[in-house]
Design a binder for this molecule. Sequence first.
Ligand SMILES: C[S@@+](CC[C@H](N)C(=O)[O-])C[C@H]1O[C@@H](n2cnc3c(N)ncnc32)[C@H](O)[C@@H]1O
Length: 208
Amino acid sequence: MGFIKKFFANTRKPQGFLGKLMVGGMNKGHAKCADWGMEHIGSLTPAAILDCGCGGGRNIKALLEKFPDAVGWGLDYSEISVEKTREVNKATIERGRCNVVQGDVSALPFDENSFNLVTAFETVYFWPDIENCFRQVFRVLRPGGLFLIVNESDGTDAMGEKWEKMIDGMKLYKGEELIGHLKNAGFADVDMNCKADKHWLAVCGRRP
Ligand SMILES: C[S@@+](CC[C@H](N)C(=O)[O-])C[C@H]1O[C@@H](n2cnc3c(N)ncnc32)[C@H](O)[C@@H]1O
């Protein structure tokens, strides 16, 4: 595997020295799109938030700043991501507001009805059997809870296609495809927003 391909494989699962470089870079590189995506949370004031595929932990930090009364969990299957998320969220972890766990979205290690908001920034591209993963999210959401997916690629841009070719195991989705998978997993009030000039995509669904 060439160096460039090996480096970008760390977007799927950060590992080792290159993974450490990658998680820091993702925190900076994804921030603008993530903040745009968070605008689509709407009027919900969540008490408990889960950020799936939390990467370098910047987004769970931003969510806990946006919702100062909430408690948050970050989950990622990469040890490097979990370490970085703990470092970035040290202050809220010490205050008992943030928890970070190593785990796989395909078998979420949480009880049913645990969260009011579940987020997934730049990560569903890598989830195996996406409808099973969405059913896992559905299970851990409380009735009325929101699942927000934010992608920097809406599945129609040349840049996204370039990444898909570069990163093994990456799958781009168009908004309509994500909507279909969410509906099949049981979600209602499914909606999508696009920032057309950037090809950013935010899709959300609610557990009835
Ligand atoms: C491109 S990074 C995005 C990180 C962060 N959400 C952000 O926006 O910067 C994708 C992250 O999802 C994690 N991930 C991918 N598939 C996963 C799975 N099945 N379970 C848990 N984490 C997963 C990876 O380890 C990685 O940290």
